[in-house]
Design a protein around this ligand. Structure first.
Ligand code: ATP
Length: 321
């Protein structure tokens, strides 16, 4: 019988993580569980940076960006010895199960903890929305809205000066943010790491086509995992004579107060993680499927890369004409 649960945030921070922690704490307390907050992800677990969180301790966190438990990347967790040590420390604090809020790397850590004897469940918290089997990850909506506003502002300036802007957005090896923004911002072209691309076909040709129709500005959205911003900028100048500027949105996209969608999904997912533990399940993550909150084995979420939407790619091309 689980009596005490730990909660931690791991990997890149995402807006809405605080709302998820709050939901875990309050749903846990409402079900008679003791909840321990673990600082700095897996590293804080190894270092014993753990203290009890009551329902009142999470007041005034729902609307805040970042994670008040802080996050970290922990090398020691890549080795079995580090995970065994973390489990020993968790036991010292009376922890029977850990809720891990993070991305796929964090879920590998959670899966390995559960293989070594500590019950662990995950909540998808990453702006990248790149976890297989869930339609949504906490932070995605806020990141999209923040980046969309920034690109709207860039657009005002480039259309006043008849320029081209190459906007690099986050997503490491995933192009979901870039593709959604290409629709939301009406980009002329989008380049994602999941698809091979040719500068001539996918950038230069669309620019010429737009120019022939009288367009005066061009927005190219580039997922950071592709790299090549400088190469694309040089090719645009050389082949079209248009001056291109590179804007890297960077951390701006990760920060800020979560949107209503992120607060709501994070709250539902946090409460569901507690339900999974009360059911006696292990090594599962919370997922959104067909609009409903459910849960799936961690292994299922990890064993395939989430594919990019072909219909959204086609839509970007159609709508930029
Ligand atoms: P995001 O993609 O949003 O940054 P993430 O959870 O994928 O989130 P990572 O840096 O990949 O971020 O992983 C976070 C932590 O999870 C790592 O620092 C490490 O402690 C742990 N981790 C990652 N991969 C593994 C693995 N294969 N085995 C055990 N633990 C892992």
């Amino acid at each position: 019988m689980i009596q005490t649960i730990g909660v931690l945030t791991s990997g890149g921070d995402a807006p809405g993580m605080n709302a998820a922690i709050r939901a875990v704490v309050r749903a846990g307390c409402a079900n008679g569980l003791r909840v321990m907050g673990i600082q700095r992800g897996f590293q804080g677990l190894i270092d014993g940076e753990i203290k009890e969180l009551t329902a009142r301790d999470v007041s005034d966190t729902l609307q805040r960006g970042g994670t008040f438990l802080q996050s970290a990347r922990c090398k020691a967790f890549m080795e079995e010895a580090g995970i065994v040590r973390a489990i020993e420390v968790a036991r010292v604090f009376g922890i029977d199960a850990v809720v891990v809020i993070g991305g796929d790397g964090s879920f590998r850590g959670a899966r390995d903890m559960s293989r070594l004897g500590m019950t662990a469940v995950g909540i998808p918290g990453t702006i990248d929305n790149d976890i297989n089997c869930t339609e949504y990850t906490i932070g995605y909506d806020t990141a999209l809205n923040t980046a969309m506003d920034a690109i709207d502002k860039i657009r005002d300036t480039i259309s006043s000066h008849q320029r081209c802007s190459i906007v690099e957005v986050m997503g490491r090896g995933a192009g979901h943010i870039a593709l959604s923004l290409s629709i939301a911002n009406g980009a002329e072209a989008v380049i994602v790491p999941e698809k091979d691309f040719s500068i001539d076909e996918d950038v230069i040709k669309p620019i010429f086509a737009c120019r022939n129709r009288g367009k005066k500005h061009y927005i190219i959205i580039l997922a950071e995992g592709v790299g090549k911003a400088e190469e694309i900028k040089a090719a645009i100048h050389e082949k079209t004579g248009i001056e291109a500027r590179i804007s890297v949105l960077g951390y701006i996209q990760r920060g800020g107060s979560p949107t209503a969608r992120d607060r709501m999904e994070a709250s539902r997912m946090g409460a569901h993680a507690v339900e999974i533990l009360l059911r006696g399940c292990d090594s599962r993550i919370v997922a959104l499927q067909n609009g409903e909150i459910t849960d799936i084995p961690i292994e299922e979420a990890l064993n395939m890369k989430k594919s990019i939407s072909e219909s959204d790619l086609a839509l970007t091309r159609i709508l930029s004409t």
